[in-house]
Design a binder for this molecule. Structure first.
Ligand SMILES: Nc1ncnc2c1ncn2[C@@H]1O[C@H](COP(=O)(O)OP(=O)(O)OP(=O)(O)O)[C@@H](O)[C@H]1O
Ligand SMILES: [Mg+2]
Length: 308
C-alpha cells in the first residue's frame, strides 16, 4: 500500500509569497497525523493542494499513490475534507447537501440517501436533516462539515481546525468520532492549535512555520521540548525565591506566588514541595502550568533561525 500522503519538495507561491517552501512529508496509511503551526504557516494551503482547490507551483503530491494533478479524480475521491471555513450550500436541506456531495463522487441516489442519514446519525444531527445550513447553530455547522467529509466513506479524512471555537462537549464528541474512524482504518490528517488535541489523537505531528517543515515527531516528544512552570502559594510570602538545587531552570516571585520553571512539572513537584518544607516554608497551594503550543512554536522557530 502506498502512503496516504506523500509530498516531495512541494512549493506554493502567491506572487512573492512562498506559502509552501519545499515541503516533503509522508503520512502512512492508517496513521493519525497532525499538522501544527502558527497562523499563516501554510497548513490550509497544504491541504488545499491535496484536494485540488489550490494548484501547486512546484514539487509533487500524491494521495494513496495518485498524483494530485495528473490523477486528480482518483486522489480527490479518496479524500473527505472538513474545511476551516464554512463553504456549504445554504439553501438546501442539509440531507440534500450530503446527497449532492455523495452524488458528485458517483454514489447512486438511494445509497446516497442511506449514507447521508447514517453520517447525520454519526455526528448527532439526524433530527435536523430537513433544516437549512443557515438555521444550524455554530456547533451543528461543524458537525455537518464532518458529516459531509464522511458521506463518501473516505480512506483519508482531512480536518482543518475542526474544533476551533466549539464547546467542550462537541470537542470531546468529535475526538471520539474521529478516533473510532481511525481505529477502523481511516487515515486522518488534522490541523489544530490545541496541544491537548494533538497529544490525545495524533501518532505523529509535523510543525510547519513560514511554509517549511521544522520538525516531525510524536506529540510526546514535542511536549518534552517545552518547560513547565510550577506556581506555589506559601503561607508566608517570600521576597525572593529560595535557592533550589539542580532542577530549577529559573525561579521568581509572581504576584506573591513562587514560580519555578522546570523541564517536567509532574516529576519535579514532589521534590520541590519536600525542599520547601525542609526549608521551613509551609505550602498552601500548588499549580502546574504546562507548556503551550505557542511556547513550543517560538522555541522551535528560534532554534531553526526563523523569525516569529
Ligand atoms: N489565495 C491566496 N492569495 C494570496 N495569499 C494567500 C492565499 N491563500 C493563502 N495565502 C497566504 O499564504 C500563507 C499561508 O496561509 P494558510 O492559510 O495556508 O495558513 P494556515 O497555516 O492555514 O494559517 P491559519 O492557522 O491561520 O489557518 C499566508 O501568508 C496567507 O496569507
Ligand atoms: Mg488554515
Amino acid at each position: 500500500m502506498p502512503p496516504a500522503i506523500e509530498t516531495e519538495r512541494l512549493v506554493k507561491e502567491y506572487g512573492d509569497l512562498r506559502a509552501l517552501d519545499e515541503v516533503s512529508l509522508r503520512v502512512e496509511d492508517g496513521e493519525f497525523f497532525g499538522l501544527l503551526g502558527p497562523n499563516g504557516a501554510g497548513k490550509t494551503t497544504f491541504i488545499s493542494i491535496l484536494v485540488g482547490l489550490v494548484r501547486l507551483s512546484g514539487g509533487s503530491a500524491r494521495v494513496f499513490g495518485h498524483d494530485v494533478v495528473d490523477d486528480y479524480r482518483e486522489a480527490r475521491d479518496a479524500i473527505g475534507i472538513a474545511p476551516q471555513e464554512f463553504n456549504v450550500d445554504r439553501f438546501f436541506p442539509i440531507e440534500e447537501v450530503l446527497m449532492h456531495k455523495a452524488g458528485y463522487h458517483g454514489i447512486t441516489h438511494d445509497e446516497a440517501k442511506e449514507r447521508a442519514h447514517e453520517v447525520l446519525k454519526t455526528v448527532g444531527i439526524y433530527e435536523k436533516r430537513e433544516q437549512r445550513f443557515d438555521w444550524l447553530s455554530g456547533g451543528m455547522k461543524r458537525r455537518l462539515l464532518l458529516a459531509r467529509a464522511l458521506v463518501t466513506d473516505p480512506d483519508l479524512l482531512i480536518l482543518d481546525e475542526p474544533t476551533a471555537g466549539v464547546d467542550v462537549e462537541l470537542r470531546h464528541d468529535l475526538w471520539e468520532i474521529v478516533s473510532d474512524l481511525n481505529a477502523n482504518g481511516t487515515t486522518v490528517l488534522l490541523t489544530t492549535h490545541y496541544i491537548e488535541e494533538a497529544e490525545r489523537l495524533c501518532d505523529r505531528v509535523a510543525i510547519l512555520d513560514h511554509g517549511e517543515v521544522v520538525t516531525v515527531e510524536s506529540p510526546e516528544d514535542l511536549m518534552d521540548r517545552g518547560t513547565d512552570t510550577i506556581y506555589v502559594t506559601l503561607e508566608a510570602d517570600l521576597d525572593a525565591p529560595p535557592a533550589l538545587d539542580g532542577y530549577a531552570i529559573d525561579a521568581w516571585i509572581d504576584a506573591g506566588r513562587l514560580a519555578v520553571q522546570v523541564d517536567d512539572g509532574g516529576a519535579v513537584a514532589p521534590r520541590l514541595l519536600r525542599d520547601l518544607s525542609d526549608g521551613g516554608h509551609e505550602v498552601v497551594d500548588l499549580e502546574i502550568a504546562r507548556t503551550s503550543l505557542e511556547d513550543i512554536f517560538v522555541d522551535l522557530t528560534e532554534r531553526s533561525g526563523g523569525i516569529s
